[in-house]
Design a binder for this molecule. Structure first.
Ligand SMILES: [Zn+2]
Length: 103
């Protein structure tokens, strides 16, 4: 298992995880549950995205680069999924939670 990326927050980590999943790359998010578990822990524990299979790392890094590029180009405001009600960041046309397309 190889560390791919340290996310800003749980939502970003989840987006990246879902993107990898769509490309059949097995990944895991570590660390986010720690920050929610105990108030004494330092605040600089961010969720990290790990690639399960080392052989997938080059592909995962390529996807990460695209992912970050897309995040940078975000315009407008976030939207709320009409299906499940989850907030979705601008720049994404699919709900991270249920996969529904933006209307
Ligand atoms: Zn949804």
């Amino acid at each position: 298992m190889r560390r791919l990326y340290q996310a800003r927050d749980r939502i970003e980590a989840q987006f990246l995880h879902d993107l990898l999943d769509q490309h059949r790359i097995s990944a895991a998010i570590l660390g986010d549950y720690l920050s929610g578990a105990a108030g004494e822990l330092p605040l600089d524990i961010y969720p990290t995205v790990w690639v399960t299979d080392d052989d997938d790392l080059p592909r995962a890094q390529a996807l990460l680069a695209r992912f970050l590029e897309r995040t940078k180009m975000q315009v407008g405001s976030s939207w709320v999924c009409p299906n499940c009600g989850e907030p979705v960041e601008p720049g994404f046309d699919l709900c991270w939670n249920c996969g529904r397309e933006r209307e």
